[in-house]
Design a protein around this ligand. Structure first.
Ligand SMILES: C[S@@+](CC[C@H](N)C(=O)[O-])C[C@H]1O[C@@H](n2cnc3c(N)ncnc32)[C@H](O)[C@@H]1O
Length: 213
């Protein structure tokens, strides 16, 4: 569907109903947006937590084998993600909190987990909302195969240090960089926020860890 067509559909939905978020209704038009219960049946999973509008995962799904699933809480971003990847049979999207999806998965279902530019929640009283918290990482580890990898990128130094401390408790860190693009060009499969921060000259912090259990 073209973006113009999506905008037209959103306008029609707004006119016909008093629905608060018209994208909520539009997700039913996309068979590649699936419920969290459907993800439970998949293995060989490459999950992206907080996938936004799907730029990274759509590209990445064409670079290797696996069942690709992007999870986000925002309806509009998922509609955009589903629309750009509709022709690819190995990629799905789910509107949910990532914590709830992980809870449902079978043991050893995940082979890669990607967390890119998670909401930073800078205020002290909001730190409990950060996705890279120790409880979430402990839960997700239970669902990962031995040798599964976790990838994290952020522009936020404070968040990076928080995530690194927690990841260290459950995984072995293989790669760590405070400036991913110091010597190389931006990666082919990059995210929207990554491109935006990189263009502004901000340093991208990057980490890869492995599940050794
Ligand atoms: C700053 S955006 C980054 C989007 C994308 N990863 C990128 O780099 O372009 C963070 C995304 O995480 C999503 N998000 C926040 N908390 C989440 C949660 N608990 N489960 C799933 N997605 C979440 C937000 O809706 C938002 O789209």
């Amino acid at each position: 569907m073209s973006l113009v067509k999506i905008k037209k559909k959103i306008k029609d939905i707004k006119l016909k109903s008093d629905i608060v978020n018209p994208y909520q209704q539009l997700i039913n038009n996309f068979p590649n947006i699936i419920t969290k219960e459907k993800i439970r049946d998949l293995d060989n999973l490459i999950l992206e937590v907080g996938c936004g509008s799907g730029k990274f995962l759509t590209k990445y799904s064409q670079m290797k084998a696996g069942n690709f699933v992007g999870i986000d809480t925002r309806y509009k971003r998922l509609v955009l993600a589903a629309n750009k990847s509709i022709q690819f049979p190995n990629i799905f999207w789910c509107r949910s909190k990532a914590e709830e999806v992980v809870e449902l998965l079978n043991k050893k279902a995940i082979k890669e987990l990607h967390i890119y530019f998670p909401d930073p929640w800078p205020k002290k009283k909001h730190i409990k909302n950060r996705i890279a918290n120790s409880d979430f990482l402990a839960n997700v580890k239970k669902k990962m195969v031995k040798g599964a990898k976790l990838f994290l990128k952020t522009d936020d130094l404070n968040y990076f240090q928080f995530a690194e401390d927690n990841i260290n408790k459950h995984f072995e860190i293989l790669v760590k960089s405070y400036d991913l693009y110091k010597e190389s060009a931006i990666e082919e499969a990059s995210t929207e926020f990554e491109n935006m921060f990189h263009k502004k000259g901000m340093k991208i912090k990057y980490l890869v860890a492995i599940n050794t259990d």
